[in-house]
Each structure stands twice: as C-alpha cells, then as structure tokens.
Design a protein around this ligand. Structure first.
Ligand SMILES: Nc1ncnc2c1ncn2[C@@H]1O[C@H](COP(=O)(O)OP(=O)(O)O)[C@@H](O)[C@H]1O
Ligand SMILES: [Mg+2]
Length: 341
C-alpha cells in the first residue's frame, strides 16, 4: 500500500479513489447548501478529508455544520473516518452599532474608544459615523479635513492615526455645512459608508445618530448589524430613551450586547472627591430590570472630554481615563468571539 496521494484522474493504488471522483462523491453525499461550501474533498484508505468554507458562520453554526457534514459523509460505504476542516477565508465582517435614545450621552466617544481599544487588542476595526447630521468621528479620531478617495465607484475608508479606519459624512461635506437631507437620503448615505472599501476590516462599529428614526430603520434593513451596544447616562430620562432605542433593535431582530453607563461619577481634579452629577448605579439596575447585560461604567473625566477635542482617544493609552473603555472592549471582544459577553 502506498502512502502517497493518488495522482489526479487515476491511480494504481486500489485503496485510493481517484481524487476528482472522490471529490464529486463526497460532495454528492452532502445537501447542496453544504456541498457549496466544500473547497476540497479527498478520500484515501477510507479516510475522508473535507475542507469547507465557514467564515460567514457563527461559532454555534460552525459546530452544527461540522457535525452535519460528518454524519452525511460517514454514510458512504467506503468511508470509515471523516475529518472536517472549516476555514474562514471569506471572513464575514461583523457590524456592531452603538446606539442611544438621546444625544450627548457619549455614544460617539464610546464608539471611538471601543474601536481603538479593540485595535490595540489586534483586531481590524473600522468606525462608521452614522450621525449624518452631526458627524463627530473625524474630530474624535483625528482625521478632520481628510477626504476619502473613491476607487471603482467605492469610497476608500480613511486610516486614522490610531490604527482604526473611519468614514464619516464629515469627511465628505465642509465642516459646519449642515445637511438638509430627509430620512431616506440620509439612510442611503449611511448605506454607502457601510458598502465602502474597508479592506481587511473584521469589525465595523457604527456610531448611530440619537433616536429611533429613519436612519436607524434603513440601516437595520440594509446592513443588518450583528449586535447593538446601548449607552446611557444614569439619569432616568436618558434611561427611558435608551430603552426605546433597545426596543427598536429588538424589533429589528438585532441582539443587544449590553448597556454601558457613561458619565458615571466625577472625580474632582483638585480635591479627589467623587460626586455623581447624574446619580449612580441607575444604568446597572436598569439593565438588570430589562435583563440586558451590563457592560461597564465609564466615569466622567476631564481627560476624556479634552481627548475628544484633541482627536486622541484616551483608549490609545493605558491611563486612568482609558482603562474603563478597555474593560468594556474586552466584554465586546468576548461577545464577538463567543456570542456571550
Ligand atoms: N466619560 C466622559 N467624560 C467626560 N466627557 C465626556 C464623556 N463622555 C462624553 N463626553 C463628552 O460629552 C460630549 C458629548 O459626547 P458625545 O460622545 O459626542 O455624545 P453623543 O455622541 O451621544 O452625542 C462631548 O463633548 C464628549 O467629549
Ligand atoms: Mg455623537
């Protein structure tokens, strides 16, 4: 018996089935949707080895696919052993939206810092500024005044100095020039940012405009996000708005990854006394009541505000202001990898 692979189209080795025939038979044993995924299939000495594309599937779906393929191929008479290798060449980009009911709660700040924190963990991240009417990502990510080039009818995402790609309406219209687009047009503009050339980006974070309007609805219809992070300040009114945003995602069948409390506790830079301008613990209790995971608390700090104005997000460093963002980013990374935060 020879150990070498059968030569294509035929072999003198009786234990090995010619590769093209084996390939066809193994594929033929699978339902069409699974057969489509097979990139190569070999059979030798009763041992079948299939390589299948599964980059677009969640962890759970990959496990199911592997089991189902194994079962189907094992049914062939001359197969005694099956090995399935799932590859992820066509890795599907994961889209996460950051939403809130209200403006000014720190949605954009959170998006920027989560993106930078994920990038520092080795992820390939892009940020879409979905706030068509009040873009802030060019400033937050230090790319103000830059213009994206277009290639093959697509905008090419801008590389920020912080290892994160970014695209915003703010990169396309002159600063201060208000957009007077109505809902459908704004929704279309956002779609174009999502469809842009994002290169090898694995994770797209979309900084949504506040509220539950047309832009949010068309975004969910056109490029269904994998999950949504909700952000709120601790006061009741912001929480109620966050709940409304949450309902919108639920209706659109978008999983809510969790709730983040922003502007929690303010440490006086002079005396160190911590005060709670917007109350404390409200968001965590609220998350519990709604049975949504609570992802963490970001304190109100002067550094965070100044960093936003400077275009250097605190999460680029391991300093005090950056740490809480890193902690939330770790929860997000876990969710992206396992489906649980
Ligand atoms: N944790 C924080 N500490 C200090 N300032 C913050 C914090 N989060 C946000 N800010 C500031 O609050 C303002 C509004 O934040 P922003 O992220 O633009 O909110 P939104 O996108 O929800 O409208 C900005 O000036 C920002 O720098
Ligand atoms: Mg914003």
């Amino acid at each position: 018996m020879s150990d070498s692979d059968p030569s294509p189209g035929g072999s003198t080795d009786k234990s090995a089935t010619p590769s093209s025939e084996a390939d066809a038979r193994l594929r033929g044993a699978l339902p069409p949707d699974m057969a489509q995924r097979v990139r190569s299939a070999r059979l030798k000495d009763g041992r079948a080895i299939l390589v299948a594309e599964a980059g677009d599937l969640s962890k759970g779906a990959r496990v199911e696919l592997e089991a189902a393929m194994k079962l189907a191929v094992t049914r062939l008479d001359d197969v005694s052993e099956v090995h399935i290798a799932l590859t992820a060449d066509r890795q599907r980009r994961q889209i996460i939206t950051v939403g809130s009911g209200k403006g000014g709660v720190g949605k954009s700040t959170l998006t920027t810092n989560l993106a930078v924190a994920l990038a520092r963990m080795g992820r390939k991240v892009g940020v879409i500024d979905g706030d068509i009417y009040g873009p802030s990502q060019p400033k937050l990510l230090g790319t103000e005044g830059e213009r994206p080039v277009a290639q093959d009818d697509k905008l090419v995402a801008i590389e920020s100095p912080h290892g994160v790609k970014v695209l915003s309406m703010g990169h396309l219209v002159a600063p201060g020039k208000a957009l007077a687009w109505r809902g459908p047009m704004a929704g279309k503009a956002l779609g174009q940012l999502v469809e842009a050339d994002w290169g090898d980006t694995d994770i797209l974070l979309i900084d949504l405009p506040p509220g539950t309007g047309d832009v949010q609805l068309s975004m969910m219809a056109d490029s269904k996000p994998d999950g949504a992070i909700l952000v709120s300040t601790p006061q009741d009114l912001a929480l109620l708005d966050a709940a409304r945003a949450g309902q919108l995602f639920e209706q659109g069948d978008v999983e809510i990854i969790g709730l983040v409390e922003n502007m929690a506790g303010y440490e006086c830079p002079k005396c160190g006394h911590i005060s709670d301008p917007f109350g404390q613990g409200g968001v965590e209790r609220f998350a519990q009541a709604l049975e949504i995971p609570f992802l963490g608390r970001i304190p109100l700090t002067i550094e965070t505000r100044l960093a936003g104005d400077k275009g250097v997000p605190p999460a680029v460093e391991d300093g005090k202001a950056g740490k809480p963002f890193h902690a939330v980013a770790e929860r997000l990374a876990r969710w992206l990898d396992t489906g649980a935060s």
